[in-house]
Write a protein that binds this ligand. Structure first.
Ligand code: 4AD
Length: 460
């Protein structure tokens, strides 16, 4: 066939092409450029080929005409193939739109890695109607989709913005271990493993380690994976999640809540000040507006009253019978979500009963059945932050271990903090995937993790 004999060579008389990522092309309009990427979309007409190129930094419409559309590579081209393209960047003609407002008029190009066509073609692997388990198996390919990539770009932006905000507040970043021999949030969600013949766990929270950093580094934070052997499949639980935790010395409960609010609001302001982030967030979550400060503060006891007054009931754990909430109840996920969605604003739900909270929490002065604890609830998602003031008194801490049936021996290093210069202190953990689910309006935290893990799923 005639067209198969068309061989393209780069014309050496043309101006030298500048190599660029797609995000840098606005500054190179009118110039000759060399770009590399994946064929995101492909449309072929008789003697024209239109490619939307993707390189992770952006998208570019590319026009292949004349000889460029007649080569063997052009005839065999498939979506997700990798290509090298050389040409001139031009503003799109009046009345037309394209990513970045420009397009590439290609004068030389070739395929670097051809993706298969036919049954095995990328476009035949999955679509939005595919079974969720098929989509989960193909996460390594679904990542290439615009929405998945947008969420992951925002995720990267969120992590750097949090780091910048912490730096402004003089918190130092540390990297605690993931392999530990103590529990933080109760034995029922511990992943246990064999550590050279000894029992060890994947960390549930870095909190106890952060507390040991206060006397050394002052206020600290970490961004570390936490692990929970959750036995339920909900849209907000993962087995492994990214845990943003911070710990502050010489503060009171009120300071703690004000700090959490500042960190979250300043991080959002910083993100929105970046035009690329602002655009991604508006695309994923149209109409997103930063929350108003101060956040609503709701005492646990008042929340119980609210639930009962608004007919938000709870099923009895034994009988399953629906009834009123009573003081002492752990407010279930569904009830908490209903209340949060009704109120429609971020809520600091605070001062939970000590029976439903961890061993390390400080009691409310004058109300010892309750703790200086706080959950931050967001509309659409529910709890995104859990935090508290910690017990500062050693004797009280020892009683806490006892109450929870914890052997104090492996916690000697934690107990020592109360011995060698104790202080009032507090901290919190924020689930990064839950924060993202709220910010980018995703249905589940699974969409906010690179390779989400949940019960029964650790592949790919
Ligand atoms: O409320 P949690 O269990 O608190 C702690 O672990 C404290 N030790 C943190 C601290 O004070 N330093 O977890 C904190 C947050 C939750 O609010 C939630 O956002 C997230 O971690 N989280 C999960 N995210 C996804 N999947 C799970 N299974 C999660 N469990 C908790």
């Amino acid at each position: 066939e005639e067209s198969k004999k068309v061989i393209l060579v780069e014309d050496p008389s043309l101006p030298k092409a500048t190599r660029s990522k797609l995000e840098g092309l606005a500054a190179l309009r009118g110039k000759r450029v060399r770009v590399f990427g994946w064929v995101h979309r492909l449309r072929q007409q008789k003697d024209m080929t239109f490619i939307v190129l993707r390189d992770g930094t952006g998208f570019l419409q590319c026009i292949l005409a004349g000889k460029c559309a007649q080569t063997y590579d052009a005839l065999m081209l498939t979506t997700e193939s990798t290509v090298e393209l050389v040409g001139t960047v031009q503003a799109v003609p009046e009345g037309k739109t394209a990513p970045g407002g420009h397009e590439l008029i290609v004068d030389y190009w070739h395929t670097l890695g051809a993706a298969p066509g036919g049954d095995d073609a990328f476009t035949n692997k999955f679509n939005e109607h595919s079974d969720p388990s098929v989509l989960a198996d193909l996460r390594h390919l679904t990542l290439r989709g615009e929405t998945a990539a947008a969420v992951l770009h925002v995720r990267a932006g969120v992590l750097s913005a949090f780091r910048a905000t912490y730096a402004k507040h003089s918190l130092t970043e540390v990297t605690p271990p993931c392999m530990v021999q103590t529990q933080v949030e109760g034995g029922s969600t511990l992943f246990e493993f064999n550590y050279y013949g000894e029992k060890a766990y994947l960390t549930q929270s870095s909190q106890l380690y952060l507390e040991t950093c206060l006397p050394s580094l002052g206020d600290v934070f970490c961004i570390q994976e936490s692990f929970r052997a959750e036995k339920s499949l909900t849209r907000r639980h993962l087995s492994e999640y990214t845990h943003l935790e911070a710990e502050l010395a010489f503060i009171n409960f009120d300071d703690l809540m004000t700090h959490i609010e500042s960190i979250i609001c300043e991080t959002i302001d910083l993100l929105l000040a970046d035009p690329r982030m602002a655009e991604l967030i508006q695309t994923l979550n149209p109409g997103f507006k930063p929350p108003k400060r101060p956040f609503m503060r709701l005492d646990y006891k008042d929340a119980i009253k609210y639930l009962n007054e608004h007919g938000i009931q709870r099923p009895d754990e034994e009988t399953g019978e629906i009834g009123d909430h009573v003081i002492g109840d752990d407010i279930a996920e569904a009830a908490e979500r209903q209340m949060t969605d009704q109120l429609g604003v971020p809520i600091f739900l605070n001062k939970f009963p000590k029976e439903i909270k961890a061993f390390y929490m400080k009691k409310v002065p004058g109300d010892p059945g309750f703790t200086e604890s706080v959950d931050l609830l967001m509309p659409g998602v529910g709890e995104i932050v859990g935090g508290s003031m910690r017990i500062a008194d050693m004797q009280e801490l020892l009683e806490g271990y006892k109450r929870e049936g914890i052997d104090p021996a492996p916690y000697y290093w934690f107990t020592d903090q109360r011995k060698y210069g104790t202080c009032e202190h507090g901290g919190y953990g924020l689930g990064v995937e839950r924060f993202l689910a709220w910010l980018t309006k995703r249905f589940t935290v699974r969409e906010c993790s690179l390779y989400p893990r949940w019960m029964g799923r650790a592949t790919p």
